[in-house]
Design a protein around this ligand. Structure first.
Ligand code: AMP
Ligand code: TRP
Length: 344
C-alpha cells in the first residue's frame, strides 16, 4: 500500500544545541519542508530518560523551538511542537513495548554507551527509549526521518517494530479495512558530508551536548569570537591538507573540519580539497571560521531574540501540539481497533 509521504524528526531539549545537531539534522529539516509535510518535535519525554532539572527543562524546550524557527522552519505550514503535549506518543509507545523484543533492545549501542558500566542504575525509560522513538514516528505514520548517523540503529528498530506490528495483527488490520499493512516502514534520511560531526578536541568522538569541554563543540548560541576561537584551537595534525579525499581517511580531525566546511558551504569534501588542498591548516581554519560565523551568527542572534519572548514560543508549541494531536488521535483510534481494545 502506498502511504502518504510525511517527514518526522525529533531533537532532545537537553541543552547546548551544537553544530552537529545543525548540520546532521536541522538544516535537513529546513530543506525538506519544500517537498514534504513535516512534523518537528522537541522530544521532552525522551530527555527525562536521564535526569533533567525541572527548573531548566522548560528553557531547553523553548531553546530547541527557537532554533527550529531561527533556522527557517515555517511553523504555519509545518508542525512544530513538544512531545509531552501529545499523550498519544506515550500511549502508542506502550503498545510497542509489547511488540518489540528484549533481544532487539539489548542490541542498541546507544543504550550501552549512555548506561555505561552502571547499567543497574539506568532508568527503565532509557532502555525502552527506542520504542518511544518508533511511536513518535509511527503515530503520524511518517515515511521519512532525517537524522544524524548516530540514530541509524534506532531507525532500523522502528522499521522492525512497524513490520512486526503489521505481521502480528495482519488479520485484524485487514478486517478493519486497512489493507495489507497499517504502518509504513519509515526510511532514514542520512545524507551529505556531515552526518556525524566529530568533537573539535578529538576526531574519534562524536560532537555531543553532554561533553564537559565546551571547546569540543560549537554551540548555536556561541558569538562570533567564541566560534572563531574554538575553530582556531581545534585539534589538527602537522601535515598540509591533502588534495584528494582519500588522503583524509587516516586523519579524523582533518576529515571532520573539511566535512564541516563542505556542509556549511553546501558543497562536497572533494570541492573543498580542490580549493584548499596542499595548503596549511592556518589558512583553512581562517576561512572556516569566517564561513561558520557568517552562517551561524545570524541564527544565534535570532535565537536569542526569540528566547526573549517565551509567550510567543509557547503559543507556537500549543498550536503545533493541537494540530499534531488531531493526526495522532486518528492513528490511535485505529490502533485500538486493530489491537482489540473496546473504545468509546
Ligand atoms: P539529539 O541532540 O541527540 O536529540 O540529536 C538531535 C539530532 O541531531 C539527531 O538527528 C542526531 O542524529 C543529530 N546529531 C546529534 N549529534 C550529532 C553529530 N555529532 N553529528 C551529526 N548529527 C548529530
Ligand atoms: N533519539 C533521537 C536523538 O537522540 C531523538 C528522537 C526522538 C527522534 N524521537 C525521534 C529522532 C523520532 C527522529 C525521529 O537524537
Amino acid at each position: 500500500m502506498a502511504f502518504k509521504e510525511r517527514v518526522f524528526s525529533g531533537v532532545q531539549p537537553t541543552g547546548n544545541l551544537h553544530l552537529g545537531n545543525y548540520l546532521g539534522a536541522i538544516t535537513k529539516f529546513v530543506a525538506l519542508q519544500e517537498r514534504y509535510d513535516c512534523i518537528y518535535c522537541v522530544v521532552d519525554l525522551h530527555a527525562i530518560t536521564v535526569w533533567q532539572d525541572p527548573s531548566e527543562l522548560p528553557r531547553s524546550t523553548r531553546e530547541v523551538t527557537a532554533a527550529f524557527l531561527a533556522c527557517g522552519i515555517d511553523a504555519k505550514k509545518q508542525i512544530i511542537f513538544n512531545q509531552s503535549q501529545v499523550a498519544e506518543h506515550a500511549e502508542l509507545a506502550w503498545v510497542f513495548n509489547c511488540v518489540a523484543r528484549m533481544g532487539w533492545l539489548n542490541r542498541m549501542t546507544q543504550f550501552k554507551e549512555k548506561a555505561g558500566k552502571d547499567r543497574e542504575n539506568a532508568s527503565v525509560g532509557l532502555y525502552v527509549y527506542p520504542n518511544l522513538m518508533a511511536a513518535d514516528i509511527l503515530v503520524y505514520r511518517a515515511t521519512h526521518v532525517p537524522v544524524g548517523e548516530d540514530q541509524k540503529q534506532h531507525l532500523e528498530l522502528s522499521r522492525d517494530i512497524a513490520q512486526k506490528f503489521n505481521n502480528d495483527f495482519a488479520q485484524s488490520i485487514h478486517a478493519h479495512g486497512y489493507g495489507e499493512a497499517f504502518f509504513p516502514l519509515p526510511e532514514p534520511l542520512i545524507q551529505g558530508p556531515a552526518t556525524r560531526v566529530m568533537s573539535l578536541r578529538d576526531g574519534t568522538k562524536k560532537m555531543s551536548k553532554s561533553e564537559p569541554s565546551d571547546y569540543s563543540r560549537i554551540n548555536l548560541t556561541d558569538d562570533a569570537d567564541a566560534i572563531a576561537q574554538k575553530i582556531r584551537k581545534a585539534k589538527t595534525d602537522p601535515e598540509p591538507l591533502p588534495s584528494e579525499e582519500k588522503g583524509l581517511e587516516p586523519r579524523p580531525e582533518a576529515d571532520n573540519l573539511v566535512g564541516i566546511y563542505a556542509a556549511l558551504k553546501g558543497s562536497s569534501k572533494a570541492d573543498v580539497l580542490r580549493e584548499f588542498g596542499g595548503g596549511q591548516f592556518s589558512t583553512f581554519k581562517t576561512a572556516l571560521a569566517d564561513l561558520a560565523v557568517a552562517k551561524l551568527g545570524p541564527i544565534g542572534a535570532e535565537m536569542k531574540k526569540l528566547m526573549q519572548d517565551p509567550v510567543y514560543i509557547d503559543s507556537v508549541l500549543a498550536d503545533g501540539s493541537e494540530r499534531a494531536q488531531t493526526l495522532a488521535a486518528e492513528t490511535m483510534k485505529a490502533v485500538k481497533d486493530i489491537v482489540g481494545f473496546v473504545r468509546r
